[in-house]
Design a protein around this ligand. Sequence first.
Ligand code: FAD
Length: 501
Amino acid sequence: MNTDLSQLPVAVIGSGPVGLAAAAHLIERGLTPVIFEAGDAPAAAVRAWGHIRLFSPWQYDVDAAARRLLAGTDWQEPDAETLPTGAELLEQYLQPLAAVPAIRNALHTNSEVVAVSREGLDKTRTGGRDTTPFLVRVRNTDGTTADHRVRAVIDASGTWSSPNPLGSAGLAAPGEAEAYAEGFITAPLPDVTGRDRARFAGKNILVVGAGHSAANTLLALGELAEQEPGTRISWAIRRSSAASVYGGGDLDGLPARGALGSRLRTLVEEGRIDLHTSFTITGFKSADTLTVVGSTPCGETQLDVDLLVPATGFRPNLDMLREVRLDLDPAVEAPRALGPLIDPEFHSCGTVTPHGARLLAHPEKDFYITGMKSYGRAPTFLMATGYEQVRSIVAALAGDQKAADDVELVLPETGVCSTDLGGSCDTVAGCDTGDAADQGDVSCCGTPEPAAAPAAESCCGTPEPEAAAPAVPAESCCSAPAPAFLGIPTGLAHGRSTEQE
Ligand SMILES: Cc1cc2nc3c(=O)[nH]c(=O)nc-3n(C[C@H](O)[C@H](O)[C@H](O)COP(=O)(O)OP(=O)(O)OC[C@H]3O[C@@H](n4cnc5c(N)ncnc54)[C@H](O)[C@@H]3O)c2cc1C
């Protein structure tokens, strides 16, 4: 058996923006990548949300080594200031990058990594571990598997294929698997006015979740309902108020984002979206329609719908890493030292301290989790962060520790806050008497709050202005650590610890 590790390739799991950037850095450093992609084409996850417009402009979406690789082709770099859609990111950057011969020849599509281990060594075996090749087990579309020997592994497989369950306590609710199997629960972020229109038109649809992906889907459904009579929209959230989804309105540093939240608030106040707050899903019954059973402070509630769109965030798939020695933050499931920097309890901005190989390392030598997956359950990952991660990781693998340690991260000053793509906060409070359309959000035990002048009760009982711009770190609730403010104002205090449930 060949144990000269330097002769073996480096496995990159996933060909999203960060996996492809890792490959570009490996090629630049003279290392050989072998890239495994579960989808039938590169960047399958980005393709799935291609209809969504990014909030960071092109200048932050292109990796430096990828740009250098593409410079040798007829690629035209898109305008730095423009915000692409996911589809444009794919067509104008990721596909040309994946087509560069050095990457194309290394890329295996329809190749899902199902396990990573060390050749001949399970996780408990220590002797010779660091000098033993990794074994990457890959499942092909026909169900067969093949084992690949590699010298190092960069896991850039994202989190798109592991949405959080809809039930409470981080677990699937009874009947959830059947509801998925019956096709009642869709993929996250469906293209309801485009590709998936026929499936949604005229239907009774429930959106579950309280992040930006819920807001995106609800606004698109609102548009669909105007054109397709009979389309009905409900929205269920665990929180007692949708205020954090509406955002900071006029106080938001990004007017377009503030306007988005305001539009959503209007749809709810006009009764075109039926909002159910403090709603915890306790079960599903699949028949001709889907019955969603919820517990609310007012008792059990049942909603009968044709389709449910999950927008409850994502979590990393760690099953395939069962035989790898990992060191993860126990809450966030990010590398241990990274966890506290991005914990959604205290952070809602994408800005993070520059970090690279050293911080992302695990006890398993030469194994790294990078990209969206490196953020574990935190939703604020930015591609620019991933590009710096892989630059540093590849430098470390190439033996250039100085370059690996010399981490820099220049993030956009705008457009990075409040990128929550869906949280999974469990705590609920109060009893929603239901008529949010007329009353705005309903506060504890049914007392309506005026929608026009939102104010939230703090958990210590002192009313706090909800829409204060956090120019200084916001006071957190009941002595939870105060979150630092970085980035532009969102008009909201930061992190879930500042939210009223
Ligand atoms: C709707 C949306 C909008 C976003 N907007 C922005 C933005 O404006 N700016 C920004 O900086 N970030 C944004 N992000 C966040 C983030 O940058 C993107 O999700 C980005 O695509 C993450 O890149 P990635 O390469 O880490 O993961 P992904 O793009 O998710 O790629 C992972 C790849 O791995 C493949 N894969 C998964 N499992 C396996 C397996 N077991 N074996 C082999 N292959 C596998 C997948 O098919 C996929 O192609 C957005 C995210 C979403 C969802």
